[in-house]
Design a protein around this ligand. Sequence first.
Ligand code: 13P
Ligand code: SF4
Length: 347
Amino acid sequence: QMSDEELEQIIINAKEQLGDELFIPGHHYQKDEVIQFADAKGDSLELAQKSARTTAKHIVFCGVHFMAETADILTNKDQHVYLPDMRAGCSMADMADINQTEVAWERLSQLVGETIIPITYVNSTAAIKSFVGKNGGATITSSNAKDMMKWALTQKERILFLPDQHLGRNTAYDLGIPLEQMAVWDPIMEKLHYDGDLDDLKVILWKGHCSVHENFTVPNIKEVRAKHPNMNIIVHPECTREVVALSDDAGSTRHIIETIESAPSGSEWAIGTEMNLVKRLIKENPDKHIISLNPHMCPCLTMNRIDLPHLAWCLDSLAHGESVNPIVVEDDISHFATEALNRMLNK
Ligand code: 13P
Ligand code: SF4
């Protein structure tokens, strides 16, 4: 087994050898040992934009599978995307598969006719993005969710929002849509949960969630408020409506970082998002008192599968002319997925 120093040296050598041919995007949830080698750090939107712009031949994505797929969709045929560990998926993206989506679409269309537009969080498979693109919809990220939902409601009367019910509910609520005008589609039971009049229905939320952000709870907020009366609470909008409502602020990872970095010295913060980012913010802002909203730091296990050994193996193989773990989205899926992504990126 190699030491961290040896692995780091392999990465440094491979990066030097591949030069401009290599681009490494890294999501803010990646471990420090990985993110130190990223050419660009960012939230989901920034990484999609930067992947669309790069001219590098090899893109080694330090993030999760749907992000690497998005990069493949947005780059040219002669550019190749790799994921250092194929097990780095996203449990939320896995909560909506294409067959379930087709069933839901058919059933909902029977109920409300052609008055509905599909919108998907980028945290979804390429096949879902393609379905959405084919049906006139768009992708969104937590950075532009409000604008994109507003746009969607200029296109049709109601939205099917995949796959994160919490981001969907929080965003719709921010736009002034009452909770009574939101329904939940359960893809396992193939059932719509809604008590109101169908004419009033505005947003149908897919019953998916992030298993990391569901760990930030109302009792966590009550404990922080009781123990630290001056503490500000900032969370990611993948947290539940109740948690977002009781927090002081909510936003994408980029928004969280910018808020903490520009906060006054001595200010106090409880953060409700993935552990690696919270730890990094604690380390990089020693003049502020920062804690995790849930005292048991919450890791995204799949993000964490990208580690020093996998990154070193992936880069070393590329430097030796071999490709490992390529992510290739089929042309027919890529075509309509591009439309869904471009409706977002061109805004
Ligand atoms: P953002 O970085 O866009 O806020 O996304 C968070 C996330 O959960 C990515 O999987
Ligand atoms: Fe998926 Fe949640 Fe992990 Fe993001 S933090 S990759 S949404 S499981």
